[in-house]
Design a protein around this ligand. Structure first.
Ligand code: UD1
Length: 341
């Protein structure tokens, strides 16, 4: 079982990484945080210490810097890695593709090289439902084919999944779980950690909470002429604490079947789709705030509708989302309010 295992968490001060650190501690793992604060803040590490009731090992390090990262492996001798550290803004990836190829692909290559050098085999990798594009069928299952990526960001996820497959085929004794996240939202119920978008948010939920807080004047809904119940796009919004828990389940499962090389892909979503308008209305219910919005044109690269088939993750990992959209919006709003204070 988990107990006592030391796990390097790259991007451990980031949105999903920080929540995963908390869940790892709760489950008896010993997380080691590695982050370069390129899209996160040092105060999150202090808050993690507070939430976990201990001083967690922490290293400020860019994961593409192999020499610096090697020293962390030497010192910590981890038994596994969860590799979150990556750039994730779709629009920015179109403007600066090399930044995305360098960071997202470069960091995975370094992680895999160091794992080989130090005989570390267990890896949980952050992938995305973006690899499906617009699937032929919803809910989408893991066997649905990967599509032509809509952006350099999306392409880095496709390539990283392939790199892991190639490395296993070459004989490296990897045991790897790839988690394809749907739309992670929410915040820790304590209100101490959450999402910290820099500048104008691209994603729906931070845009809604910032508008509700008066930082933005109005939300623009990107298109209402899709073939959905109210014309707006459908996504599968997953509470970040549930998503964090899926990483713990993945690490616990990774040795349960076999010690042989392994590469298994799982969708991590709720299995339910919600339209943009349903999200706006649910936010109104939980906060009492009617977020002003206008309807704009479609956003380029958006798929019409996607939500997860969760059969595989439920059966193999024994994981299922427990929290609702309303829970996630309540926690995101709670987090936003204390940010303003
Ligand atoms: C986006 C990325 C996806 C990435 C994920 C990470 C794109 C095309 N996709 O997913 O690859 O893995 O973030 O979290 O950017 N919306 C509005 N108004 C807004 C913002 C969003 O109407 O101001 C709508 C979008 O059109 C979409 C839904 O809200 O229908 C969710 O958008 P968003 O939160 O940006 O996530 P995705 O686009 O699904």
């Amino acid at each position: 079982m988990s107990t006592g295992k030391k796990i390097i968490v790259t991007g451990g001060a980031g949105f999903i990484g920080s929540h995963t650190v908390v869940e790892l501690c709760k489950a008896g793992f010993h997380p080691v945080i590695v982050d370069d604060f390129s899209n996160s803040e040092p105060f999150i590490v202090e808050r993690l210490n507070e939430l976990c009731g201990t001083t967690l090992p922490f290293y400020e390090c860019d994961c593409t810097d192999k020499n610096a990262f090697r020293k962390i492996f030497e010192k910590e001798r981890p038994s596994g890695i969860i590799h979150f550290a990556a750039c994730k803004a779709v629009g920015e990836s179109v403007a600066q593709p090399l930044k995305y190829y360098h960071n997202n692909i470069g960091s995975l290559v370094v992680v895999l090289e160091l794992m080989k050098d130090f005989g570390v085999n267990d890896l949980v990798f952050s992938s995305s439902c973006t690899v499906y594009g617009q699937p032929e069928q919803v809910p989408v299952s893991e066997s649905s084919p990967s599509k032509q990526a809509m952006s350099p960001y999306g392409y880095t996820k496709v390539v990283c999944e392939q790199i892991i497959e190639d490395v296993i085929a070459s004989g490296q004794a990897l045991r790897c779980v790839l988690l394809r996240y749907f739309n992670p939202i929410g915040a820790h119920p304590s209100g101490r950690i959450g999402e910290l978008p820099r500048g104008v948010p691209n994603n729906l939920i931070p845009y809604i909470t910032q508008t509700a807080a008066g930082q933005r004047s109005s939300l623009t809904i990107h298109g209402n002429d899709y073939s959905t119940v109210d014309g707006t796009c459908i996504r599968d919004y997953i509470h970040v604490v549930d998503l964090a828990d899926a990483h713990v389940k993945a690490l616990e499962w990774i040795h349960s079947e076999t010690d042989e090389p392994l590469r298994e892909v799982f969708n991590v979503g709720t299995g339910k789709g919600e339209t943009v308008l349903e999200v706006v209305n649910t936010f109104k219910k939980i906060s009492g705030i009617d977020v002003p919005y206008t309807v704009g044109p479609r956003r380029s690269g958006d798929v019409e509708q996607i939500w997860a088939s969760t059969e595989k993750v439920e059966q193999l990992l024994g994981w299922k989302a427990r929290l609702s959209l309303a829970d996630a919006l309540r926690d995101a709003w709670n987090w936003q309010k204390q940010l303003k204070a």
